[in-house]
Each structure stands twice: as C-alpha cells, then as structure tokens.
Ligand binder design. Structure first.
Ligand code: AMP
Length: 285
C-alpha cells in the first residue's frame, strides 16, 4: 500500500492511473477506522481498480468548542486496517498541505445544510464541502463512497457535485452497526461503560419509529414525541434534535412517507452521537 502526503504527488499518481485507463474509487475519512470505514473500502474495491482512502481530520469542519484536538487518531493501526481490505493508497496530508498560509476559498451548499446538524454546528458543512471539493480535485476519483450514517453530509456532497457539474459519481452506503445496534463511529471510543445502554436508545428509538410508521402512524409529531420519551428516559442523555425531514430537501415534514428520514443528534455524557433511518428502508437493529 502506498502512502502519499503531498497533494501534487497524489494528483500526478491519479493522473497516471487515469492515463492507463484505471478506475479510481475514493473513500474520504478522518481516520481511527472501524468496520463502517472498512465496509466503504471493501465496496469501493468492488467498483474500481484503485481505492484511495484519505485520512485527514479537517479543522474547518470543527467549531471552536468542538473536539478537534481530542479527535481519536492512530495512523499505524489505520494503515494495518486499510491494508487488510486491500486499499491501494492512503492520502495523508498535513494541515499545511491542505490549508497553506493565505488560504481563503470555501464552498457553501446553501439549503440542505441549514437544518439538523446545520443548526447546532454552524459552519460544519461549509468545512465538509470545502474539504471534499479539495480532496476530489487532488484524488481525481471516478467514484467517491460515503456512509449514510452521516446522512446530511451525504446529501450535501451529492448536492455540491450536481450543482458544480463535478465529474464523479457519489455512492452512499448503509450504516454499519455494532451487534447491539449502536451505529459505529470513531467517537464511540469516548463513551463510558455506564453510558453505553443510554447510547443504545438511539438505534432502539429508530426501530420504534419504523414500527409506529409500519403500524400506520404517519404524523411526524406523534412519532417524534414517542421517540423523544424513549431517549429522555435513559440517564446521561441530552437531545440536540430529533426531526423527520424530506430525504431530498432535508426540510421538516409533518406527514411521514417513504421519502422521509428520521434523524437525531443526542449527547450521551460528553459524546455527541448521531443516527438516522429512512422510513421503509431496511434497519439492521
Ligand atoms: P469519518 O471518518 O467519521 O469522517 O467517516 C468517514 C466516512 O465513513 C463517511 O462517509 C462516513 O459517513 C462513513 N461512516 C462513518 N461511520 C459509519 C458507519 N457506522 N457505517 C457506514 N459508514 C460510516
């Protein structure tokens, strides 16, 4: 496996692959891998000749009060894990490489970034879309693979790619969960043992929401209030939001249908967890 740290070197490597007619699939990550990341890499491998994985904890998507400096990192472990699924290249740039002195260009997707995490994390999606745009220009992939665990991120990236006529395909893959239902996340490492049962209320509440919907309940307010009750009952939980939105616009909807997503962010102790479910989709909880 190749490790490339310079944007210029990554660009020329990708250019040479393209000249040979090779297909490049790209998996952008912030590292500290779990099976969710590995699943994206494995799927990427099926779709292309070369899988490039970036590991970059992007400072522009963290707010001043957020966990940038504490974000878990273990480059050697990540290398071994990526190698185990036959990833071909790790792109591992420094902050200086990505945001050199004088940097001043940002990409803003206006509407789908407003609701949900856009409310509690102002500027977050501007950082995400900017870094993905930069990474796409550096890695020059034919395909980029994202997890739908970060549903709003996935929709925002797709919007950006469509709006800016970017010549690549965006693929979204289902959320990978622990056997107990908890959505895998690098941040799960922060959870204390006694907080874990409370963390499970997120996936349990998605299951409840789907059950209510399948049983004929179509009113968002009714589903949200029952979900809220379930989560509030658990200790250490503090709800940031629970919303039901259109999967296209990410605006709140009053009536639920197969194009609606229930999305939530909940703090469990000091750990902020997110999860979501599109009604009617398979839910592996
Ligand atoms: P991160 O390193 O957390 O920024 O995530 C990198 C990529 O992995 C993003 O596309 C995420 O949506 C995706 N991802 C993170 N957690 C999961 C999961 N549990 N299942 C599937 N994809 C995930």
């Amino acid at each position: 496996m190749k490790v490339i740290e310079s944007a210029k070197k990554m660009q020329s490597y990708s250019e040479s692959l393209r000249r040979q007619g090779k297909k490049i699939a790209f998996v952008p990550t912030m590292g500290y891998f779990h099976d969710g990341h590995l699943c994206l890499m494995k799927e990427a491998k099926k779709m292309a000749d070369c899988v490039v994985v970036s590991i970059y904890v992007n400072p522009t998507q963290f707010g001043p009060q957020e966990d940038l400096s504490q974000y878990p990192r273990d480059f050697d472990r990540d290398l071994r894990m990526a190698e185990s699924v036959n990833a071909d290249v790790i792109f591992y740039p420094s902050n200086k490489e990505m945001y050199p002195a004088g940097y001043q260009t940002y990409v803003d997707v206006e509407k789908v970034t407003q609701n949900l995490c856009g409310i509690s994390r102002p500027g977050h999606f501007r950082g995400v879309t900017t870094v993905c745009n930069k990474l796409f220009n550096i890695v020059k992939p034919h395909i980029a693979v994202f997890g739908k665990k970060d549903f709003q991120q996935f929709i925002s990236i797709k919007r950006m790619v469509d709006d800016l006529n970017m010549d690549l395909q965006i693929i979204g893959l289902p959320t990978v969960r622990e056997t107990d239902g908890l959505a895998m996340s690098s941040r799960n490492k922060y959870l204390q043992k006694n907080e874990r049962p409370s963390a499970l209320t997120l996936s349990k509440s998605l299951k409840l929401a789907q059950k209510l919907y399948s049983g004929g309940e179509k009113k968002s307010a009714v589903i949200i209030s029952k979900v809220e009750k379930l989560i509030k009952r658990a200790p250490y939980t503090k709800i940031d939001y629970i919303k039901i939105c259109s999967t296209k616009t990410l605006k709140d909807v009053n009536e639920v249908n197969g194009q609606s997503v229930i999305a939530m962010a909940v703090k469990v102790g000091t750990t902020r967890l997110i999860d979501n479910h599109v009604f009617g989709d398979k839910l592996n909880v």
